[in-house]
Design a protein around this ligand. Structure first.
Ligand code: ZN
Length: 429
């Protein structure tokens, strides 16, 4: 599947790896140094199910991992970044049926909107952007491997054919990603697409690997019979086939820790005979509105495209979202957006000055903040401080402008206060 265009990233000087990069790892519950074993960092971030436009919850998650990509790149690593698109799944079919639309057209339209939003927000694109539909053969092959390993079993489907389920009891490390008690696992499994009540399963938590073709629903031929894959095995197959064993970071929203990442890791454990699936499991917090998590099912979404269409600058929106730590659950309010807009304006003034306080020292401080579990609020405060004080380093404004672009993905057009040929800009200052 086609990804989206990459914005240019300025290369910064100085020592980018003065301090180790640490992130919070869900599986250990603590900070973990992520140091790629070679010149290339490997990242998998779960992608969208394309049945509705990109809302601020999505944007916050992808900005969190964009920050990680940018920090790695600043440290000289190439980044092999895989993101999937779950372009066939129940919610997509339900949305298409509700709207009387062709599910493939809904998926195409919403994926295109997502690409446009990510491009506008200057989120660096994944190196591999992979749809479930185009990966159907490799996912089915992975399910076959799990069956052959004795970790999966067939359950007769209601209208003929056989569904395939994964046996969580077969995976020795099952439960060690999200580290939840059993009752909590059951609750979340039921809430998040699982089917604990399905008759014929060996364990209520066993997740679906392959859904035999249902009447009126799309299906794909495979050695398992016609059908379509479950979501967790989709991500496991796509990740393993492109990133190999033990990618550096598995990322997603915090609502994916269980069951999604737990199950993908368990599938990978059986499919590869190795553990762990990922070096670190990194989860972004949820964005709420009016006291509730922003989600499609609640219908309380704020869309990126609508904010941009209403004239909100992408840089201001980025700064509004980066103003909270990526792991924190936060509320989206008008005040949050205003703060981002005010900050964007103040930074524009700051980098438009003829000189400022030491650029290299400020860059070093920004890098230290981001190395500390991608602490964007601290990095933003450092730039705020730099903008607030005068200085005599003539190289600082240009360096800060590049650093803000490279590390935070915010491109700032310098304001030329005294430019006689630009009355429009002049009047805006
Ligand atoms: Zn996933």
């Amino acid at each position: 599947m086609q990804s989206w265009p990459a914005a240019a990233v300025p290369v910064l000087g100085g020592a980018a790896d003065e301090v180790p990069l640490r992130v919070h790892d869900t599986a250990t519950g603590g900070r973990l140094e992520v140091r790629p074993s070679g010149p290339t960092a490997r990242l998998y971030v779960c992608g969208i199910t394309p049945y509705d436009a990109t809302h601020l919850g999505h944007a916050a998650t992808y900005l969190a991992f964009d920050t990680l990509v940018r920090v790695w790149r600043d440290r000289g690593f190439a980044v092999d970044y895989v993101q999937n698109v779950t372009d066939i799944d129940d919610p997509l079919l339900e949305r298409a049926a509700r709207d009387g639309a062709d599910w493939t057209l809904v998926a195409q339209r919403e994926t295109e909107l997502f690409r446009a939003d990510m491009t506008a927000l200057r989120v660096l694109p994944p190196t591999h952007y992979v749809g479930a539909v185009e990966a159907m053969d490799e996912i089915a092959a992975f399910v076959v491997a799990l069956l052959e390993a004795g970790a999966a079993y067939r359950v007769t489907a209601p209208a003929g054919g056989e569904d395939v389920y994964f046996s969580v009891d077969a995976a020795p490390h099952f439960g060690s990603v999200a580290r939840l008690p059993g009752d909590m696992m059951l609750t979340l499994f039921a809430e998040r697409g699982g089917d604990p009540e399905r008759t014929g399963k060996k364990h209520p938590l066993d997740p679906l690997l392959w859904l035999a073709a249902r009447s009126g629903e799309p299906s794909w031929s495979s050695p398992l019979g016609p059908g379509r894959p479950g979501w967790h095995v989709e991500c496991a197959a796509i990740a393993l086939n492109r990133l190999g064993l033990r990618h550096d970071v598995q990322g997603g929203g915090s609502d994916l820790a269980f069951p999604h990442h737990e199950m993908s890791a368990a599938h990978a454990e059986i499919g590869t005979g190795t553990w762990p699936y990922a070096g670190a499991y990194v989860h972004a917090g949820m964005v709420g509105l009016d006291g509730e998590k922003m989600s499609k099912s609640r219908g309380n979404l704020v869309f990126v495209s609508r904010l941009l269409a209403a004239g909100v600058e992408a840089g201001a929106l980025r700064l509004a979202l980066l103003g909270a730590h990526y792991r924190s659950d936060r509320e989206w309010t008008d005040r949050v957006l205003e703060t981002g807009q005010q900050r964007f304006a103040a930074w524009r003034d700051g980098v438009s000055r003829a000189a400022g306080a030491s650029g290299t020292a400020t860059l070093a401080a920004m890098r230290r903040a981001l190395a500390d579990d991608l602490d964007t609020p601290a990095a933003l405060a450092i730039v705020d401080q730099w903008c607030a004080v005068p200085g005599d380093d003539p190289a600082a404004p240009a360096l800060l402008r590049d650093a803000i672009d490279t590390l935070m993905g915010v491109s700032i057009e310098v304001v030329h206060r005294s430019a006689p040929t630009s009355p429009l800009r002049g009047s805006a200052v």
